[in-house]
Design a protein around this ligand. Structure first.
Ligand code: AMP
Ligand code: MG
Length: 339
């Protein structure tokens, strides 16, 4: 890294969807703070403007707590990074506004970070993976990616809803209840453990892409008929959806011949999915790496760390170009630090 970027702190703001989070990383990759405030979803799922309102209300407190945890003052910062996209407009704009204000006030550079790149980078940082095939599965994304020729290339992705969203909507339709801080995916996982019968459900892999909406509709229809045990439905839903993601990941692994598989995103917490990905990794003599959940869900630390990498390669975002990018794709971003 250039000398000027050897010492310092970067603050990262994450606000692409339902979480508002602030992380602080040193230029060497230590994470000093990672404070996450999750917006508790009302019945119908995320409402972008209401989530953004939550972010506005908690921003001050989350920032303060992050500085406190890191034991540094705002004037100690050298860079401010923020998730510039992809994500929900009102949520992204709230984080971007806080980041711009902070960077302008402190007179330091601003770095716009791609949310998906950040998931991969923090995963590598926390697991020691160097050049993995990544399966990133969350409430908003389902992507199989790997580095090639200067960028993270998307090998496969969902054609409609994300895997996490599929589990969440099913759980809501089933009237499942969450305890405070417990995601719907975890509730489905618990019930699935007691499922015994594998019910045939639509399994849709097209080329390297996946589709989960037909699977969701079929599972909800069976649920409403009331003839199938909920545990069996949860089990079958998981087995089908996870097998699809595993098939695509395995094909990317066979094609790229990479030696590591990185599992990340909120759904990475699921033990059954971990087991499936571990199996294919072993079959291809690749190391299986799973990101610790604090860094697998949406978090500010990943934005801070990716901000450090970008800043070290002079990838600074002037304020007048810091508009949010709702559909910013992973493979549009150059990652010079991977060469
Ligand atoms: P994120 O979008 O990265 O913030 O992650 C949230 C998503 O992860 C939601 O769809 C959750 O239901 C899902 N999730 C969290 N824990 C689990 C789990 N144990 N099994 C399956 N999905 C989970
Ligand atoms: Mg989230």
């Amino acid at each position: 890294m250039p000398t000027r970027t050897r010492e310092g702190y970067c603050l990262g703001i994450e606000s692409t969807a339902d979480d508002f989070s602030v992380g602080i990383a040193t230029f060497k990759g230590e994470i000093l703070a990672n404070v996450i405030s999750a917006y508790m979803l009302p019945e119908g799922g995320i409402h972008p403007r209401e989530a953004a309102q939550h972010h506005v209300e908690v921003a001050n407190k989350v920032l303060e707590e992050a500085f406190q945890k890191a034991g540094i003052k705002p004037k100690d910062l050298k860079v401010v990074a923020f998730s510039q996209g992809p994500g929900l407009g009102p949520c992204l704009r709230t984080g971007a506004t806080v980041a711009r204000a902070l960077a302008s006030y402190l007179g330091i550079p601003l770095v716009g970070v791609n949310h998906c790149v950040a998931h991969i980078e923090v995963g590598k940082l926390k697991t020691g993976a160097v050049d993995p095939v990544t399966l990133y599965v969350s409430g908003g994304n389902t992507i199989v990616a790997a580095f090639d020729s200067g960028r993270y290339r998307v090998f496969g992705e969902t054609l409609d809803i994300a895997l996490g969203n599929c589990l969440d909507v099913f759980a809501r339709e089933a009237g499942l209840r969450q305890k405070l801080g417990e995601p719907f995916g975890a509730v489905v996982e618990k019930l699935a453990k007691n499922g015994q019968k594998l019910i045939p459900l639509p399994y849709t892999v097209k080329g390297m892409d996946m589709s989960f909406s037909g699977l969701l509709t079929a599972a909800v229809n069976l649920l409403k008929k009331g003839e199938t045990k909920l545990e069996d439905l949860c089990y079958s839903l998981q087995e089908t959806a996870f097998s699809m993601a595993t098939e695509v990941t395995e094909r990317a692994l066979a094609h790229t011949e990479k030696k590591e598989v990185l599992l990340t995103g909120g759904v990475a917490a699921n033990k059954r999915l971990q087991e499936m990905i571990r199996l294919i990794a072993e079959e291809h003599d690749a190391k299986f790496c799973v990101v610790p959940s604090q860094f697998a869900i949406d978090n500010g630390a990943m934005i801070a760390w990716t901000g450090v990498l970008a800043f070290a390669h002079s990838m600074i975002t002037p304020i007048h170009r810091s508009f949010v990018r709702l559909r910013w794709r992973l493979e549009e971003v150059e990652v010079p630090w991977m060469k």
